[in-house]
Design a protein around this ligand. Structure first.
Ligand code: SAH
Ligand code: SF4
Length: 367
């Protein structure tokens, strides 16, 4: 297989096949990898433009009923001090994002589905909409819920939802989660369908560089995004957390930071090339690997950045993975820092815009 032939297909908008996508993900030569990123950047410019959109993220609680084997805030991790930010402070942080010109915000937390939690989220959503004159876009990332809950939150004002499938290889999914009723591959896939039914712009994604994960798995992940007509992608490198069961694979599977970053960036690039008009986030985990990891994500085809708008005092205990960056900073520092970095690479920031996924609107038009 020849890289120039693949690039020609991309230029002529001919869909790549699985073998070609695997070839790109397996590229080793640094020059060719740079060419791949440049190609993905072209596809991004053509399909979603050069603007990067900000979503101020508030990580408002680390209480979680689940026990995902990779995650630092899993239920069984007794070393994590649990916190729940009071409703009014979550609202304040979201309104802060609005006033900072972010256009959109994200609320994320550990998973709970008890009625106290569901009601509380509903109240916060309504209040945030009210206090921002219905103008702030709200994405939520609160795990698996019933259709009824998804609908209530949609009606309260959330219009996008992020639920990563984590991996589309069922066998691997079952290796990185306990196999029980709470952690079920089919349920998670079904939730993506329920979210669409409830009216959300739907985002999903996977972790990149998981133990046992193959290049073919990653290509299948991209095909899954396409088959399921996904609007937004939030993918990031998998990063070991010492206090989790998956730390046992560290010795055999841990990549050095740059190698893992390159793998994640290649995945962003090939996803952009294949899916074209979706929103793709340059996730914070990229920055855990390299100081300028998020900028590198934008240069490899991503177009969304999620600055942290969480109160600094709570950041330390929302450690899904090790070395999470920016835990000592506050929201204004994150804004200033990211703005400088992004403008530094020649991108424009879409201040005060929702920055919806063009794919969502294209999907509405064609249905
Ligand atoms: N509880 C919700 C949202 C918070 S977790 C949910 O699980 O959907 C958000 C994401 O963090 C997860 O989807 C997972 O992909 C990611 N994550 C968790 N542990 C991680 C780790 N060790 N390395 C990288 N990403 C991780
Ligand atoms: Fe909970 Fe989400 Fe972490 Fe799983 S990944 S343990 S659901 S916070």
């Amino acid at each position: 297989m020849n890289i120039q032939e693949i690039f020609e297909k991309i230029d002529n908008e001919i869909e790549l096949n699985k073998a070609e996508m695997m070839f790109l993900l397996d590229l080793k030569n640094p020059e060719e990898i740079e060419q791949l990123f440049a190609k993905a950047y072209d596809v991004k410019l053509k399909n979603v433009g050069q603007k990067a959109y900000f979503r101020g993220i508030v990580e408002f609680s680390n209480y979680c009923v689940k026990d995902c084997f990779y995650c630092g805030i899993r239920k069984s991790n007794k070393n994590t001090e649990r916190f729940q930010i009071p409703e009014e402070d979550v609202i304040k942080s979201a309104v802060w994002s609005y006033n900072a010109g972010y256009g959109s915000s994200v609320l994320q937390s550990g998973e709970r589905s008890d009625s106290e939690f569901v009601d509380s989220v509903e109240r916060m959503l309504k209040e945030i909409k009210k206090q921002t004159d219905n103008k702030l876009g709200i994405t939520i990332s609160l795990g698996e819920q019933t259709l009824e809950t998804y609908k209530r939150w949609f009606e309260a004002g959330a219009h996008r939802y992020l639920l990563r499938i984590e991996t589309t290889n069922k066998e691997l999914f079952n290796k990185i989660h306990p196999v029980d009723e709470l952690h079920n591959f089919e349920t998670r896939i079904n939730c993506l369908k329920l979210l669409k039914k409830a009216g959300y712009q739907v985002g999903t994604g996977v972790m990149i560089g998981l133990p046992f994960q193959t290049t073919e798995d990653l290509v299948n992940d991209i095909l899954f995004f396409k088959e399921n007509d996904i609007d937004m992608i939030g993918m990031g490198p998998y990063i070991f957390h010492e206090e989790t069961p998956m730390a046992q694979y560290r010795k055999d599977w841990e990549l050095d930071k740059e190698a893992l970053l390159t793998k994640a960036l290649k995945m962003i690039a090939v996803t952009r090339i294949y899916l074209k008009d979706v929103n793709i986030a340059a996730t914070t985990a990229l920055q855990a690997l390299r100081h300028t990891g998020r900028e590198a994500g934008l240069q490899a085809g991503a177009n969304i950045i999620m600055p942290n708008s969480t109160d600094t005092q709570y950041r330390e205990n929302y450690q899904l993975y090790e070395n999470k960056p920016c835990t000592d900073e506050n929201a204004s520092m994150c804004r200033g820092c990211l703005q400088r970095r992004i403008e530094g690479i020649g991108e424009t920031i879409g201040f005060n815009e929702w920055g919806d996924s063009p794919h969502f609107h294209n999907r509405q038009k064609s249905s």
